[in-house]
Design a protein around this ligand. Sequence first.
Ligand code: ZN
Length: 208
Amino acid sequence: MKSFQRHPAPEVLIKNHAKWTQQYQQKVIENPNKPSVVFDWPRVNGQRVSEQLIFILEQQTQFHCSYCDGGYRLRGTIDHFKPKSDTRFIQHAFDWDNLYVACKDCQDFKRSKYDDVLLRPDDPDFHFEKYFEYDFWRHEIHPQKLASLEDQHRAQITIDVLCLNHPKRCETRRAQFKLSRNSMLNDKDFEIDICNYRFILELPEVSL
Ligand SMILES: [Zn+2]
């Protein structure tokens, strides 16, 4: 998970927020058992608004997944941080702050899971080392031992909800780290933003 700065809410969302939220709430009232099924991105000038939104979301993360920082150049999908399928959060379905671009793995692991303490990469206070530490041997992510117990708890919940230590994810990070580290050392035109899992490369141990 790498921190990023959220761009201002797009005009199209500000303008239509109340109307679209109300329309979605109405659909859920009519189909109370399947809120996610009745959700659809409205069309503006013949194009789904998600197409416009996803482009801005991808620019924010330099085309990486907001959660795992993998999937570079992703054509990901939009994740609702507070799940749109959870009836407690219907009114947040079109909140700009609730939308993140995510890779398929993160979407599949997260699904409709949510916890109030889940970390957000665009929280101005968020940076990887504040909450996490990286095990370069196993390529696992763990709560930062120097953090407060509350922050360690937040880190653990985030790891669990996104399955950040799933064996497949650790193996992918291992392979990608090896590649990136190699080009970091040998390629004079090295650019961090075209690497997956940039947060690992930014750790002080790596720049030694
Ligand atoms: Zn991801």
